[in-house]
Design a protein around this ligand. Structure first.
Ligand code: HEM
Length: 217
């Protein structure tokens, strides 16, 4: 298998390489490290997250037997944290449209769910950086609107390592890897497209390659 320079590479390296441009696109679009971020803009972004995570988690947590593949699966739900934050922040304005179904990847196998979970769990890494900014800039912490970005607290490293182990264990052959990376890519691409639709600050920003899946994994 040609892995675009990743032949024989660890699945985590292949995932990072395949999705890095989409990650950078999202990071720019969300603009959560903006020095002028205010509570209203932050709360609106959380509503954009919640709208997209809902159809993903609905599929992930309906998959029978996924907890045999992913340790502490139940603890990895993010929608309750987003809802708790939105409850605290009581935004005047939240996203009102629903996510177009073609932007939501189909997660009907454990491998596809694992690819999606790579994205959702990886977001907790950047979350730590964002949490520091929220605290310093807006006085927001885990108790008053920052639960999503402080997910797992001091156990974040352990939770990420166990997710990485699950991905490595599932990476058994080229077709398994293609499903994992395809789902991760589709999750990132769908989310970036959803942000382009729903974030007013991103309205003028062109989409960078979010529709085409790389020919080689
Ligand atoms: C303003 C927004 C964001 C910032 C500043 C940010 C920042 C970061 C940083 C600093 C890392 C590396 C952390 C480390 O290696 O310890 C990271 C990793 C990651 N982030 Fe983000 N991130 C943002 C948004 C997102 C979003 C929205 C998602 C997905 C929903 C996401 C998914 C990931 C993934 C999957 C990784 C792991 C990459 C890998 O090493 O394989 N990030 N992010």
């Amino acid at each position: 298998m040609d892995t675009a320079g990743n032949a024989g590479a660890d699945v985590l390296t292949a995932l990072r390489t395949a999705t890095a441009p989409l990650h950078d696109d999202l990071e720019t679009r969300l603009d959560l490290l903006d020095p002028d971020l205010d509570v209203a803009a932050y709360a609106y972004v959380l509503s954009v997250f919640a709208a997209y995570y809902a159809p993903l988690e609905a599929q992930i947590y309906a998959l029978p037997g996924l907890d045999d593949w992913v340790p502490a699966l139940e603890r990895r739900r993010k929608l309750p944290l987003l809802e708790r934050d939105l409850h605290h922040l009581r935004p005047q304005r939240g996203v009102t449209t629903t996510v177009p179904p073609d932007l939501v990847p189909r997660l009907d196998t454990p491998l596809a769910a694992l690819g999606c979970l790579y994205v959702l769990e990886g977001a907790t890494l950047g979350g730590r950086v964002i949490a520091r900014h929220l605290d310093a800039r807006l006085g927001i912490d885990a108790r008053n609107g920052g639960a999503f970005h402080t997910a797992y607290g001091p156990e974040a490293g352990r939770m990420w390592r166990s997710m990485q182990d699950a991905l490595r264990s599932a990476d058994r052959g080229a077709s398994a890897r293609a499903i994992i990376i395809g789902a991760a890519y589709a999750t990132f691409a769908g989310f970036a497209s959803w942000c382009a639709l729903s974030l007013p600050s991103a309205a003028g920003k062109p989409l960078t390659q979010v529709t085409e899946f790389p020919a080689s994994l």
